[in-house]
Design a protein around this ligand. Structure first.
Ligand SMILES: Cc1cc2nc3c(=O)[nH]c(=O)nc-3n(C[C@H](O)[C@H](O)[C@H](O)COP(=O)(O)O)c2cc1C
Length: 191
């Protein structure tokens, strides 16, 4: 990330086990769009991080709590999420919803309010890849609905969602309309 105080900061959460998979490619284009209007971008590949499942201990919700009781890599990620102006969340559809990796991360965001003020005061972009031709039959719509409900619950704004059908790693590169939409969304995030 840049040192500039005023530079728009984007953190990209890559939620596929395939680092260079289709959802990561959509996220890459969103990031490129954001960079083209001056943003600084940092990517986090969730699969490589030690992120345990939320234990539902509710420690983070206690008034005197200093954050999440689980001391794993989320402790490094929380400050980055707080510092960022925008989040890009990239996920494949696995079994008709977001990936397990993405959900692990999302559940742990329950503790985010202990790491800074207005923790969800972000612009949020969602990138989704799925194998079925149809976004409804694929379950992509379930993933979108899950994000909508989650971010509505915490008062966050979803700036845009880019989704496309692709099965094999890299297939989404052939879908020019998706790549163009992604770049445009990146510009909107940071512009
Ligand atoms: C375990 C698993 C479950 C999947 N479940 C679905 C599904 O429910 N609906 C669907 O359309 N595609 C499904 N797919 C296909 C992926 O969504 C598709 O390959 C997508 O391009 C993966 O994105 P990625 O390259 O970012 O990982 C599944 C793939 C895997 C490995």
């Amino acid at each position: 990330m840049s040192n500039s105080e005023n530079q728009h900061k984007v953190v990209v959460l890559l939620g596929s086990p395939r680092k260079k998979g289709n959802s990561s490619i959509i996220a890459r284009e969103i990031a490129e769009g954001a960079k083209s209007v001056g943003a600084a971008v940092e990517s986090i590949f969730i699969q490589e991080m030690d992120i345990k499942a939320c234990q539902a201990c509710w420690f983070c919700q206690k008034p005197d709590s200093d954050g999440c009781a689980i001391k794993d890599d989320m402790q490094k990620i929380f400050p980055k999420l707080i510092e960022a102006d925008s989040w890009v969340i990239a996920t494949p559809v696995h079994w008709f919803n977001m990936s397990t990796q993405t959900k692990l991360w999302l559940d742990r965001c329950f503790a985010l309010s202990k790491y800074g003020d207005s923790p969800f005061n972000k612009k949020i972009a969602i990138a989704i890849a799925y194998g079925d031709a149809d976004p409804y039959a694929s379950g992509a719509v379930n993933a979108i609905r899950s994000f909508q409900d989650s971010f509505r619950y915490v008062g966050a704004e979803i700036t845009g969602v880019v989704y496309g059908s692709a099965l094999e790693r890299g297939d989404i590169e052939k879908n020019e309309a998706v790549l163009i939409a992604a770049k445009k969304l990146g510009k909107k995030l940071a512009g």
